[in-house]
Design a binder for this molecule. Structure first.
Ligand code: MLC
Ligand code: AMP
Length: 443
C-alpha cells in the first residue's frame, strides 16, 4: 500500500473515532492493524493494541482498564461488550484533523509487572518521536531502506520501531506475518529487525542466513543476544548485528551504531537525547570500569507518562530526582559501552522476547480448581532465552494433567504466557518468612 493510500484510509477511520477516550485494536499482523493504529494517532485518540490471541481474562482486563470506547476488530471478538468497527483499506479521506499536541497519549501498551495483571503504559507522541529519531540516527535509517520483520504488532519492537519507524523515515516495510528464517530470506530487504530467538533460528538455517548477505543492517533487541548467536549470524551473513536495548516504559535507549563498533554482548551507547547512570545498592554511583555492577537508570525524552490508573506503581519506578529505574542490572565500561548482565527481579521472565510476569501466570494457575499452590520461574532455554516453568502443588485429592494446565493458561491469558513445562511437587521450598525460594526452584 502506498503512503498516500495508507494515510487516506487512516484519515477515514480517524474521522469516525475522533473524540473517543481511547480505541482498542485487535492487533493481528495485518494491514488493518497498521491503518487502525495510524487512524488513532491522526485522530489524537490513544490506541490500545490488544494481542490477537489474548484469552478472555487478559482481554477483559485490557479493555476495561484502558477505558477504550470502541474496538477495531476485523471479523472477530463480537462478545466483548464494546461497540466494534472495522477498517476499510479502500476508504480514502483527504480531510485534515488538528495535529495532536506532543504530550497527547499516542499508545497505551499493556505489559507485565512481577505481580498481578498487565499494566497499561501510556506513551506520548513526543516520546515516540524522540525514540524513533534516536534510532534512525544511530542506524542511518533512510527512505531508501526496505525494513523487514515479522514481529507482533502489540509491543514496542514490532509496532513502534517496526511500523511507526518506517512511517517516520518513509522507508518501505515488508511484514512477513511471522518472523521465520525463510520469510526473512525471501523478503529482500536492507534493514532487518528481530528478537534473539529469531536470530538464533536464522543462525541454524544457513541458507536463509546467507540470503541476508545483501542487507545493509541487521538489528537485534528486546532480550540478550547470546554471543554464539551473534558470531554465527556474522559468519553466515557477513553482518555483525547491531544490538539495542529498550523497554516499553523507556522505548529505545541504548544501541550500537551503523557507523560504529559492534561488539558481541554490548548494547552500546545511549541514543541521542538519552542519559543513563548506574546506581549501587546503597544508592551511590557505580564506577564505569566495565566490571562494577549496578542498576541501570534512565532520564530521557522517551520515557512513558506513567502506568494508567496506577500512580503508586508509577511512583515506585522513579527515583526522587526523577530518573526511571529499569530493574535491569548493567555495567558501563570506560568508553561508555553498556552491557546488560541481568534483571534485579527473577519474577520478570523474557521468553522469545516477550516479557511475562511470574505473578500473572501463577494467578491463572491458582484459578484452576485442582491447583493448591503455584510458583513460576524462567528457566534458561537455548531457543527462547528463558522458558516458563511452573511448579504446582495439587489440591488434596485433585487430578489434572500437565497439558490441561498449560491449555488453561494459554486459553485465559495469551499463548506465549503458557508454561512450557509443569512440574508437580509435594510442596514448595519457602524461607522462614514463608516466601517461595525461586532460586532453589531454578537450581
Ligand atoms: C502451542 N500452541 C498453542 C498451545 N501450545 N496454542 C494454544 N494453546 C496451547 N496450549 C501454538 C500456537 O497456537 C501457535 O501456533 C504456536 O504454538 C506458537 O508457539 P510459540 O512456541 O509460542 O511460538 P514460537 O514460534 O516459538 O514463537 C517464537 C517467536 C515469538 C520468536 C516467533 O516468541 C515472538 O514473536 N516473539 C516476539 C516478541 C516481541 O516482539 N517482543 C518485543 C517486546 S517489546 P501457530 O499455528 O499460530 O504457529 C520490547 C521493547 C524493546 O521488548 O526494546 O524491544
Ligand atoms: P519489554 O517491556 O517487553 O520491552 O521488556 C523490557 C526488558 O527487556 C528490559 O527491561 C530488559 O530486561 C530486556 N531487554 C530488552 N532489550 C534487551 C537487550 N538488548 N539485552 C538484554 N535485555 C534486553
Amino acid at each position: 500500500m502506498s503512503r498516500e493510500a495508507l494515510f487516506g484510509a487512516a484519515r477515514a477511520l480517524a474521522e469516525r473515532i475522533v473524540g473517543a477516550p481511547a480505541v482498542a485494536v485487535r492487533a493481528d499482523a495485518s494491514l488493518g492493524t497498521v491503518i487502525a493504529t495510524l487512524g488513532g494517532l491522526l485522530a489524537g485518540v490513544p490506541v490500545v493494541p490488544v494481542p490477537p490471541d489474548s484469552g478472555p481474562l487478559e482481554r477483559a482486563h485490557i479493555l476495561s482498564d484502558s477505558g477504550a470506547a470502541l474496538l477495531v476488530a476485523p471479523g472477530a471478538w463480537t462478545d466483548i461488550g464494546l461497540p466494534t468497527t472495522t477498517v476499510d483499506p479502500a476508504a480514502r479521506s483527504a480531510g485534515t484533523l488538528p495535529e495532536p499536541g506532543p504530550d497527547a497519549t499516542a499508545l497505551i501498551l499493556y505489559t507485565s509487572g512481577t505481580t498481578g495483571p498487565p499494566k497499561g503504559v501510556s506513551i506520548s507522541h513526543a516520546a515516540i518521536a524522540a525514540g524513533l529519531d534516536g534510532a534512525i540516527e544511530a542506524w542511518d535509517w533512510t527512505a531508501d531502506d526496505v525494513l523487514v520483520h515479522g514481529l507482533p504488532l502489540f509491543h514496542v519492537h514490532g509496532l513502534v520501531l517496526g511500523v511507526l519507524g518506517a512511517l517516520r523515515t518513509g522507508s518501505r516495510l515488508v511484514h512477513t506475518g511471522r518472523p521465520t528464517p525463510a520469510g526473512y530470506a525471501a523478503a529482500g530487504g536492507s534493514l532487518y529487525f528481530g528478537v534473539p530467538t529469531v536470530w538464533s533460528r536464522i543462525a541454524q538455517d544457513p541458507d536463509s542466513a546467507r540470503a541476508l548477505a545483501g542487507a545493509r543492517l541487521l538489528v537485534s533487541g528486546s532480550a540478550p543476544l547470546p554471543v554464539p548467536v551473534f558470531e554465527r549470524v556474522a559468519e553466515l551473513t557477513g553482518h555483525r548485528p547491531v544490538e539495542r536495548y529498550g523497554m516499553t516504559e523507556t522505548l529505545i535507549t541504548l544501541s550500537t551504531r551503523a557507523d560504529g563498533e559492534r561488539r558481541p554482548g554490548s548494547v552500546g551507547w545511549p541514543i541521542a537525547g538519552v542519559r543513563t547512570r548506574l546506581v549501587g545498592e546503597d544508592g551511590s554511583p557505580c564506577a564505569h570500569d566495565g566490571e562494577t555492577v549496578g542498576e541501570l537508570q534512565v532520564d530521557s525524552p522517551t520515557l512513558f507518562q506513567g502506568y494508567l490508573n496506577r500512580p503508586e506503581a508509577t511512583a515506585a519506578t522513579l527515583t526522587t530526582d526523577g530518573w526511571f529505574r529499569t530493574g535491569d542490572v548493567a555495567v558501563i565500561d570506560p568508553e561508555g559501552r553498556h552491557r546488560i548482565v541481568g534483571r534485579a527481579s527473577t519474577d520478570l521472565i523474557k521468553t522469545g522476547g516477550y516479557r511475562v510476569g511470574a505473578g500473572e501466570v501463577e494467578g491463572a494457575l491458582l484459578a484452576h480448581p485442582a491447583v493448591h499452590e503455584a510458583a513460576v520461574i524462567g528457566a534458561p532455554h537455548t531457543d527462547l532465552g528463558q522458558e516458563i516453568v511452573a511448579f504446582v502443588v495439587l489440591a488434596p485429592g485433585a487430578e489434572v494433567s500437565e497439558r490441561q494446565l498449560v491449555d488453561h493458561v494459554a486459553a485465559g491469558l495469551s499463548v506465549h504466557k503458557r508454561p512450557r513445562r509443569v512440574l508437580f511437587v509435594a510442596d514448595l521450598p519457602r524461607n522462614a518468612m514463608g516466601k517461595v525460594q525461586k532460586k532453589l526452584l531454578t537450581d
